[in-house]
Every structure is written in C-alpha cells, then in structure tokens.
Design a protein. Sequence first.
Lengths: 214, 202
Amino acid sequence: MIARVSHRSSALPALLFLLLLVPPIRTALEASMTTQMLVQMPLLILVGVLLSRAMPARLTRVMAGWDCHGITGFLLATLVGAFWMLPRSLDAAVTDPLFAVAKYLTMPLLIGLPFALSWQRMGFILRGVFLLELIATFFRLGWLYLIFPGRLCNRYLLDDQQRLGKWMLLIGALLFLWTAATLLWGRLDSFAEALPRAFSEDVVARHVNGDSDG
Amino acid sequence: MRTLLASLVVLLSGGVALSTATDQFRAFTTEGARRIAVREHPVAIPPVTLETETGARLDLTAVRGRWLLIDFIYTRCPTYCTTLGSEFAQLQSRLVVPLTHHKLQLLSISFDPEHDTPPRLAAYLQRFHTSGSEWIAARPVNQDGLDTLEERFGITVIPDSFGGYTHNAAIHLVDPHGRLVEIFDMGNPGLVSQAVLQRLGP
C-alpha cells in the first residue's frame, strides 16, 4: 500500500522532469533569459518539491535528525539557488553540457527537495526570513537587470534581460502583497500551521488527551 | 548538534563551490571569467586561414613576432562594431609608432563570412578612413575556422530581433608568440593603448 502510494506520487514529478528534458521544450525555454529563470528553473524546483511527497517516511525521519527546524535544508537550498543565479551559470547551463546536467540534477534534488522537506520543519521566524529574503532577491535582481546598461549573459539579449527585470519586480511585488495580506488578514489557523509542527501538534494532542482523561 | 554539524558542512562546501564558480568572487559573468582566464592562462591562437580585404590569404598563426590587436565584427552591424571600428581608428592614431614599425598589427575578423566579402571588408575599413597595412579586415575561409576562432577566443554570437547579431564585443591582445594574453572592454581606447605600449616596452 505504502509502495503504491509513493509510486503514484512520484509519477507526477517524473513526468514533469521528462517533459522539461524534451529537446524542443528545453531549447524553447532556454532561448530566452526570462523563460529560463522564470519558467524552466521554477519548474525544475517544483519537480523536487513534488518528489518530497514520494520520499519514504523512514528516510525523512532520519533526515529530520540532521535538519532541526529545517535549518540545514534552508541553507542548502539557498546556497545552490545562489549558484544558479550567477549570470555565468545561466550562460554555462546553455553552452556547457556538464553544467546542463548539473542544473537538471541540482535544481530538483538540492533546492526543491530539501526546501520542501525543511519547510515542514521550519518555524514561523525561519519561514519569515525565507519569504523576506525571497522577496528581496526578486527586487534586487529585478532592479539590477532593469537598470544594468550592459548584457550580463553572453547568451542573452539586453531587451530580454530588461524584460526579465520587469517581471521579477512584478513577482517580488506580488509576493510582498501576498505575504502582507496573509499577515494582516490571514486566518488564525494559517498561523498555527506556520508554527513548528512539534509545538502545535503536541500541544493540541496533549489538550485532547487531557480533556479525555479529565 | 547534528543539525549544526550538517549546516556547517553545507555552509563550507557551499562557500567553496561559490568561490570556485566565481574565480574567488572576482567574476560573476562569462565576460569577467573570460578576461581572468586569459590573463592567468594565455590561450594559443588557432591556425585559422583568413581572407583579407584585398583577397589575400592570411594564416593567423603566421603573424608571429609582432603584437596583434583583434576585434570581432560584422560589417552590417549598426552598433557595437561601429563603436569598435572607431575605437580601432583611435588606437591606430594613438599607436602609430609601433604600428608603422611593424611591432603591432590591428586585425578585424568578421564572424559573418558569407556576407562580408573582401569588397565589403574594404568598405568597412574605408568607413574609418584607414589606409595602409596597419589595420587588416579579414574573414575566415570556412565555417570550421570560424567555429574554432569563436571557441578559442570565447566569442558568443546570437541573432538579435532586427536581423543582425549581438556579440560580446571586446579588444583582444595577442603577444608575438601567438598567445591571447589580455582582453579589454570597449569604450576606453586610452587604457588599451597605454597597456599595449607598456607591454611593448621602449
């Protein structure tokens, strides 16, 4: 039963991954800086996020011991993400087959997967730090791409870079508005969900047990 | 405790990886990396046969014993190459002594050989009112030669939306042993001529 569940839940990420590998799709997405950064890379990360649901529970438990509050996974995903944000990595991912393979492996396995697993373990503060940093990154890079007078990637055109900048500023703004709206008008249970699982679940369980005992 | 250990390992290896990937945080772009790589490990220029604006054949590696300043152009180019061209024209007047003493040679190589026939290359040179043999314009005679040049020099040419090309325009310095030793940004011919004169010595 467990095997079947994990089998089924791994079909979707596998399918998405194969789809991104199809040469015409890959070429089309990598033809522009905007689609490589805002479509292809997020989808590769999504493959990893979806893959996290297919992880055997035993392995996840062992990993949790090394990933208290999701700190290790957060660091791993952030550092690997920083690497793929370097303009020369974007160039190399298109021109160098070794970098292309590395991108297709590390984006799901070292960003999406650890991030999804660690997000469950992250407390409210770390989640906040992550969201803030994500929004700031969209603004920083978007602004840089928009105002930088020269091309940052040899593979891509200047108007592509500037269009990407505009999109990133827009996404950053939407993320910010969404976060602010959640904080201001979010329902209380969405906050409880954001609290460390150990805290909310244990407390709730203890309450329930206490009630039934009394 | 285990998390601390794992986090430290991740941080350290991530730091090392990022440092390696950016040449110790000196180059974040391919262009920056290309300049550092050439400066630290000069690249031997490939034996590619070129056809000059007069129709003469020229083997790139045969130009030994003198310094070479090379730029990559296409004559239809409305932007970069015109700038590069006027920069070469400025360099020609700034470096007139080593040029006339055959210690230095200016060479513009076209990456659009199909269009850039010898007459068009000659017209390109005439646009900058250049005469004499100090500045040669040439095209590779075959596609293989062009591919080798682009690969060895690190030139990336991509079609733009106006039917032309966009390319990483720069000025390349080759020493008398036929090694690419330095790459200069466009827009500062004063710096280029100064660096060349310094390398040429008295």
